[in-house]
Design a protein around this ligand. Structure first.
Ligand code: PMV
Length: 318
């Protein structure tokens, strides 16, 4: 039976996008910079369908009745290449889904990669980016490994700032809750765009943060990058909180982890935090101090689980 299996990794934004300039096309209103994460994996298997349904999709073993998260991507690609799509798509993640760990980005990037392989297409980078964006505004960044810039002023072109092998960093993913978020980032960022009094300022600060982050990544300056990334993260959460109605993704454990990161930095360690649309705290640190930092957080019993990760690679077909 014909089948294709591909994997992709999520990416965590260091300069984040929050807000769309086109909701139909799902296009971000700003540029972003991210790092791809290695030990978190989304896997997509596409095979000939065995039931009479035109398209079947399961996520983590559960058949999905609502295909709206994957259909724009599938429809775009099949309109381009005339594929018929009598297929079964099985997606799974080895980490909590829809919990602020960018599972939609890696899920969509692995879907596009598996679709290309299944139909033996030779997609251009522009086509892959468009296909990814239709599913998740941050997914194109998962098409590359290492540190990635997605430029909204250049058709969302993604470029690598540094290869994974060029800077040996670790990422500690502090899982404060496995629950799915109560509002999707797609819905929440629309509310922010329409109601937050801080949204205009958030748009204005983007190009400065992008420039600073690129400079610090190229210079491998962890403290410099941390300063920009934390400022950017705090600003995004201010925009989210100041939306009407107010939205909150962080919980008490999130705040405690952030406090611990600051204390460890005051003691001379090089590390910084970032938090996306969910309560998990991602700590970026030097490989040599990763164990000390992990032990310090576990000792204070702040979080029940920490996933160890390093910088990841682009998607792969198995
Ligand atoms: O990929 P989306 O459209 O679900 O949005 C992701 C938004 C953030 O993760 C909060 C920020 C980002 O740039 O990844």
């Amino acid at each position: 039976m014909k089948e294709a299996i591909s994997i992709a990794h999520p990416n965590f934004a260091l300069v984040k996008y929050w807000g769309k300039n086109d909701t139909e096309e799902n296009q971000p209103a700003m540029s972003s910079v991210s790092v791809t994460i290695d030990s978190l994996i989304s896997k997509t298997k596409i095979s000939e369908k065995s039931s009479s349904k035109y398209l079947k999709w399961s996520l983590n073993g559960r058949e999905q009745n609502d295909l709206s998260r994957i259909l724009p991507t599938i429809n775009y690609l099949s309109n381009l290449y005339g594929t018929e799509n009598n297929i079964q798509i099985e997606s799974s993640n080895n980490f909590p889904t829809a919990a602020g760990l960018a599972s939609s980005a890696s899920g969509i990037a692995s879907l596009v990669t598996a679709f290309e392989r299944y139909y033996d297409l030779h997609l251009t980078m522009e086509e892959k980016i468009k296909a990814c964006i239709l599913g998740s505004g941050s997914a194109p960044r998962s098409l590359l490994g290492g540190f990635v810039l997605m430029n909204h002023l250049d058709h969302f072109r993604c470029s690598q700032i540094l290869e994974r092998s060029e800077w040996h960093l670790n990422i500690l993913v502090c899982i404060t809750s496995n629950d799915e978020k109560n509002i999707s980032s797609r819905d929440a960022m629309e509310i922010s765009r329409k109601t937050s009094p801080n949204y205009e300022e958030w748009l204005d600060i983007n190009s400065l943060h992008i420039k600073q982050a690129i400079r610090y990544i190229k210079a491998k300056d962890l403290l410099g990058l941390g300063k920009v990334a934390e400022e950017n993260c705090d600003f995004m959460h201010k925009v989210i909180n100041s939306s009407v109605p107010s939205i909150t993704y962080k919980n008490r454990m999130t705040e405690m982890c952030i406090e611990t990161v600051k204390q460890l930095r005051d003691r001379g360690h090089q590390l910084f935090y970032t938090v996306d649309a969910g309560p998990q705290v991602k700590i970026i640190c030097e490989q040599k101090t990763s164990k000390i930092i992990k032990d310090a957080i576990l000792r204070q019993a702040i979080v029940p689980q920490i996933i160890d990760a390093s910088i990841g690679m682009p998607p792969q077909s198995l």
